[in-house]
Design a protein around this ligand. Structure first.
Ligand code: 2PG
Length: 213
C-alpha cells in the first residue's frame, strides 16, 4: 500500500516579481507565465501519474497556490481543497503587501531565530514547521495508500523534510525550491503507524525543463 505525496510549489507570482509580502491581501495571484506553468504542471502530472491518479488536490489558501492547484484539480476531476496549514509564513496583517525588504529590516526582531520570530508579529520558524508538518501528516493519514497533490510554497516543500524525514527544526542545510516544481515522497509503510513510517524522496524541485524564474 503505497502512499504518494506530490508537492508542487506555485507558479511565478506577482508578489515575487514585486518583492512584496504576499499574504491574503498582498498576494494578487500568478503572472501570465505562472498560469502557463500551472497548466503545464497539470499536463505533466496527468502524463506522469496516469496509472496512479491523485484522489485529492490540496492547496494553501493563498491565491498563487489556489490558482496553481485549479488546473491540476480539473485535470484529475476533483475539487481542490484549500488548507491554511499549507501556507507559507503567517505574516501579521500590518505586513501584508509591504515590500519584503522593508518588513525584514524595519520590523526585524533583535535576536530573532528558531523559536523567536525574525520580524515583529510573525510566526517563528518552529511554529511554521509544526503547523505545516501537522497539515502534511493529517493529509497523509487521511489518504494513506493513495496519491495526493499538495500545492503550496517553498516552506510547504521544506516542511515535508521535517514531517516525513524527521529533520531537526534547525536544519543543517538550505533548500532552493524553484517555482512550478514537483517534489515527491512515497512510503510503503502506514503513514499513521508507530514508529513513524520511513519515506523515500523520489524527486526534488523537478521543473520538467522550465527555466528557473
Ligand atoms: O511567501 C513568500 O514570498 C515565499 C516565502 O519564502 O514563499 P513562496 O514564494 O513560495 O510563496
Amino acid at each position: 500500500m503505497r502512499t504518494r505525496l506530490i508537492f508542487v510549489r506555485h507558479g511565478e507570482s506577482l508578489h515575487q516579481l514585486e518583492g512584496i509580502v504576499g499574504g491574503p491581501r498582498g498576494c494578487r495571484g500568478l503572472t501570465a507565465l505562472g498560469h502557463e506553468q500551472a497548466h503545464d504542471l497539470a499536463n505533466r502530472l496527468t502524463n506522469e501519474v496516469a496509472a496512479d491518479r491523485p484522489v485529492a488536490v490540496y492547496s494553501s489558501v493563498l491565491r498563487r497556490a489556489v490558482e496553481t492547484a485549479q488546473p491540476i484539480a480539473t485535470a484529475f476531476g476533483v475539487r481542490p481543497v484549500a488548507d491554511c496549514g499549507l501556507c507559507t509564513w503567517h505574516t501579521p496583517p500590518y505586513a501584508d503587501g509591504l515590500p519584503t525588504a522593508r518588513f525584514r529590516t524595519e520590523h526585524a526582531v533583535p535576536g530573532g531565530g528558531v523559536f523567536r520570530p525574525f520580524e515583529e508579529g510573525n510566526e517563528s520558524w518552529a511554529e511554521l514547521v509544526v503547523r505545516v508538518s501537522r497539515a502534511i501528516m493529517e493529509i497523509a493519514h487521511r489518504h494513506r495508500g493513495a496519491t495526493v497533490v499538495l500545492v503550496g510554497h517553498s516552506e510547504t516543500v521544506e516542511g515535508a523534510f521535517h514531517a516525513l524525514a524527521a529533520q531537526p527544526v534547525f536544519r543543517g542545510f538550505d533548500l532552493d525550491v524553484p517555482p512550478a516544481s514537483i517534489t515527491e515522497w512515497t512510503t510503503d509503510h502506514d503513514p499513521g503507524g508507530w514508529p513513524p513510517a520511513r519515506w523515500t524522496l523520489r524527486r526534488f524541485g523537478d521543473t520538467g525543463g522550465w527555466a528557473k524564474a
